[in-house]
Design a binder for this molecule. Structure first.
Ligand SMILES: Cc1cc2nc3c(=O)[nH]c(=O)nc-3n(C[C@H](O)[C@H](O)[C@H](O)COP(=O)(O)OP(=O)(O)OC[C@H]3O[C@@H](n4cnc5c(N)ncnc54)[C@H](O)[C@@H]3O)c2cc1C
Length: 538
């Protein structure tokens, strides 16, 4: 049976009478070890077999889950007789997807688990948030990406815990059914999430940009802010709707402000009657003395001047000290980084947080299961071959790995490929590569629709030439020919027509003010009264 149809057999102790493998049935084969690695723990599922050992501690206890005999040696493959080595990959982002793809020719069965059904191309997320690209272009379904790879199975589930003794992963299906998935080798690539440096309360007023959901929300909010400005009769209120602040001047902050400014100053002006969208104030803010600190000085200067030409105001040495839905309080430091004591209140209804990240919650669960050390932002410290200390069978990949390497897609992709090679070498008995080495191909960021800075292979390119290089490289890594063509077409259209095709917003989502009112969090005196008067409620 399948997941929907309940029990799929326990790891290692095989019970062929209940372990009906979908692929085995399809192919007319006996159940493989792979099918046996997935155990549905639905209360109504299989109840035969006795729970024992660590299994009694997890959600599967008493539901027929049978842990293996633990006879395997850590790091040594432990297959069922006649079965194939099973690899569970958690996370279908750059790290996880490239690990799964890298195992295409390996004699293993792979289960890829993700809480979303798509592979998200995060580098283009800001284009979804600003109405240039639609969601589908940057987020192909994992199933379709891996359609041709017959040794991979994709599961939509949220991983909640790990039992490294039993070699199982605990997860929740979309209907909250607990699942337990056994593995011989585990690859975890769950990335990072937005972090507010201890001010989690800022999250509601200053969303980050990490997921497709974030991008959709931001797009509604940004487009809705212009609609709200059009409706505002109070000049201060209009100003607040037309003030957009992005906190964090790394590539994401630069890309977002460049596109919001382009929207305000070039795309929208002719579409509005009561408000001049050119009056929008787009602010890029950072506590550091410079934007884009990872780039060479000359490229930073060039990006700053391109941003200013688009109408972006750059405020470096500036810290957010308080954020709420009406705006934020900022503090300026002097050139030496010392606090000037000068706080300023900025009225702004759109504040976007692009400043901090922290390892995703699954990293916490894995660290406590493995007793692994973590860095300041919760990323795991791994061995040079990306395994966890004391657990050679557990490999970590991508943004969740602590160290000097930047949290960028090429690192995650190369690490994914590396662990795939490592697993294949172990399974086939070839010598394992001892350590991961990153091949740095460079870094880049766009500054509005026709400018980019690129630092690669010793070259430093800016301006239009940079944007052409940026476009080709992003199209190359974007998954699916359909997505590449659609994206290229959208880029050409927006360059030539100065319009954007994804400008959808409705009253429920326009600047989310109804949502904010429901939460009763708006701090600005008189705001809701004005809103009520406007919609005739009071
Ligand atoms: C807005 C933005 C712009 C960026 N721009 C660039 C750029 O221009 N160039 C560049 O090189 N890099 C860029 N990056 C960084 C790059 O996207 C990351 O370095 C890369 O995605 C890391 O890959 P990963 O596999 O570690 O994590 P991710 O790609 O984040 O993948 C993690 C996956 O794990 C899944 N997951 C998390 N928790 C669970 C769970 N409990 N259960 C199941 N699944 C789970 C998630 O759904 C996700 O699919 C950008 C990132 C962002 C957010």
């Amino acid at each position: 049976m399948d997941l929907a149809g309940h029990h799929i057999a326990p790891p290692v102790q095989r019970r062929p009478e209940i372990a009906t493998d979908r692929r085995a049935v399809r192919k007319g084969m006996m159940p493989s070890a792979m099918s046996d690695t997935i155990k549905n723990t639905h209360p109504g599922g299989d109840a035969s077999g006795s729970a024992s050992g660590d299994a009694s501690r997890d959600a599967t206890a008493g539901r027929g889950y049978l842990p293996d005999d633990r006879s395997g040696v850590a790091g040594q493959p432990r297959h069922a007789p006649g079965g194939r080595h099973s690899v569970v990959v958690v996370g279908g982002g750059f790290g996880g997807l490239y690990a799964a793809k890298g195992l295409a020719a390996a004699p293993v069965d792979v289960t890829l688990i993700d809480r979303v059904n798509h592979h998200l191309f995060q580098p283009l997320l800001y284009q979804v948030a600003t109405g240039i690209l639609d969601e589908g272009s940057v987020a192909p379904a994992l199933r379709s990406v891996l359609r041709g790879q017959t040794n991979v199975e994709v599961l939509l589930a949220e991983v909640t815990g790990f039992d490294l003794e039993a070699r199982t992963v605990r997860a929740l299906a979309p209907d909250d059914r607990p699942l337990t998935i056994g593995y011989d080798t585990l690859v975890v690539a769950t990335g990072v999430r937005t972090d507010y440096f201890g001010h989690d309360e800022w999250a509601e007023a200053a969303p980050g940009l990490k997921s497709l959901e974030d991008a959709r929300w931001l797009r509604s909010h940004i487009l809705g802010a212009f609609e709200m400005a059009e409706l505002a009769d109070d000049p201060h209120e209009r100003r607040a709707w037309l003030t957009f602040v992005v906190v964090g001047a790394g590539p994401t902050g630069v890309e977002l402000t460049g596109e919001i400014a382009t929207l305000a100053h070039r795309v929208l002006p002719k579409d509005f009657r009561n408000v001049s969208t050119r009056e929008a104030q787009v602010i890029l803010m950072d506590g550091l003395p410079t934007i884009l600190p990872r780039f060479a000085e000359s490229l930073r200067r060039r990006a700053a001047s391109d941003l200013r030409a688009l109408g972006v105001e750059i405020r470096t040495n500036t810290l957010a000290v308080d954020i709420d839905v009406g705006g934020m309080t900022v503090r300026r430091n002097d050139r030496t980084g010392a606090d000037t004591g000068l706080d300023e209140r900025l009225a702004a209804h759109t504040i976007i947080w692009a400043a901090g990240v922290r390892a995703a919650p699954a990293a916490d669960a894995l660290a406590s299961a493995a007793g692994a050390a973590r860095d300041r932002i919760g990323r795991l410290l791994a061995e040079p071959d990306l395994s966890l200390p004391g657990h050679p069978e557990v490999l970590v990949v991508g943004d969740m790995v602590a160290g000097e390497l930047p949290g960028i897609a090429p690192v995650a992709m190369q690490e994914g490929r590396f662990v795939a090679g490592l697993i294949e070498a172990r399974v086939t008995g070839r010598p394992s590569p001892p350590a991961f080495h990153y091949h740095d191909k460079g870094t880049m960021a766009t500054v509005g629709p026709r400018r980019a800075i690129v630092e690669a292979y010793g070259l430093r390119v800016g301006g239009f030439a940079g944007s052409v290089m940026w476009a080709f490289i992003h199209l190359y890594y974007l998954i699916g020919w359909g997505n590449r063509w659609v994206t290229l077409l959208r880029w050409l259209l927006q360059m030539t027509t100065r319009n954007r095709s994804n400008r959808l917003v409705d009253v429920e989502h326009a600047a989310s003010w109804r949502e904010l009112r429901r939460r009763g969090e708006h701090t600005e005196p008189g705001f809701w009264e004005r809103m009520r008067r406007k919609d005739g409620a009071g």
